[in-house]
Design a protein around this ligand. Structure first.
Ligand code: MN
Length: 322
């Protein structure tokens, strides 16, 4: 999905100063952003005072929306640099096209993983004939400096590992590893993403990596995460230093666990680009608007989205701080 802001702010992020070394319970409320005419997205990351969770730097939650009599998702071609996108659905289907030639329908609990690397463009839309409900999350992972210029690529994984060793919990490993079960998705820094389905009455503890920081997004139901009740569309930041996480659910609930090693590098994020300096961002913007570098998304019935104007301030990454 695209960052739909028409006047996106410049965001400088990364580094350790916001990372909590100890366990915390920090409730992140969503910012509501319109998506098309009939739906909204709830932006959990970036959030006030909380910019990243490991390398996860962007989290939008949308739906469930009834799109039975509507076109549904319609996101025209737009570019990305320096990041990976994760498309994750609980309901519905999304047709993905990109400038490396991918044409792929993504269905619930299948991983659509796009590595932008130095440059990619893509478009996403609900298929003409689509499921009546649309419910999902769009996530971005920042690429570390050593890998941010890799060649663009798209992966589609339909057979992700399931961890079912705890009563009432069904964990789908989206990225990284849970309990020794590893996702086939390519990662470039130590991180984890897991979809947690909790049956009604579940009360379990999930093992965590103490060096990672974590957050949990509630997509449906009503769960208690480390004792904190979470409504759908809200996220709890958990900090580092945890060996396990208590999960309880009174009703059937769907959660997304995101974690990773704190992202040390300072990055500059603007619109759909991640770079290390304002000059890089300005160059990516100019290349996209001039039709250079990003390739062509074929088969989408609509014009590409031009990059908005840059704000009138210098886009500068802050130095590494501890
Ligand atoms: Mn996108």
């Amino acid at each position: 999905m695209s960052n739909l802001d028409t006047a996106p702010p410049v965001l400088r992020r990364g580094g350790r100063e916001e990372v909590s070394a100890r366990p915390v319970r920090e409730l992140l409320r969503p910012r509501i952003t319109p998506l098309g005419e009939s739906t909204v997205v709830r932006r959990l990351l970036p959030n006030l005072g909380r910019r990243m969770v490991g390398a996860w730097c962007f989290v939008d939650h949308y739906g469930p929306d009834d799109i039975a009599d509507e076109p549904g998702m319609w996101v025209p071609p737009h570019p990305h640099t320096g990041l990976q996108t994760v498309s994750w659905l609980h309901d519905g289907d999304v047709l993905h096209r990109d400038s490396v030639g991918s044409l792929q329908t993504i269905r619930p609990r299948e991983l659509g993983l796009m590595t932008a690397g130095r440059a990619i463009a893509h478009a996403e839309q609900s298929p003409r004939v689509h499921a009546p409900l649309l419910h999902g999350a769009q996530l971005w992972v920042a690429l570390p400096d050593a890998h941010r210029h890799v060649s663009p690529a798209f992966e589609h994984h339909t057979d992700l590992p399931l961890v079912t060793s705890r009563a009432g919990l069904r964990a789908t490993v989206v990225l990284g590893e849970i309990d020794g079960a590893a996702s086939p998705g390519t990662t470039y820094s130590p991180l984890v993403g897991a979809d947690l389905s909790l049956a009604a009455g579940t009360d379990v503890k999930l093992p965590l990596e103490p060096d990672f920081e974590y957050a949990v997004l509630t997509m449906s139901g009503s769960a208690h995460v480390d004792g904190v009740p979470l409504d759908p569309g809200s996220m709890l930041y958990l900090g580092c230093g945890r060996r396990e996480l208590s999960l309880r659910a009174a009703t059937v609930s769907g959660l997304l666990l995101l974690g990773g090693e704190p992202f040390d590098e300072k990055i500059v994020m603007w619109w759909n680009f991640i770079g290390r300096s304002g000059e890089e961002i300005a160059e990516a913007r100019a290349d996209w608007n001039a039709g250079r570098r990003f390739g062509t998304v074929h088969g989408f019935d609509g014009d590409p989205t031009p990059a908005p104007d840059l704000p009138g301030v210098r886009l500068k990454a802050r130095g590494r701080e501890r």
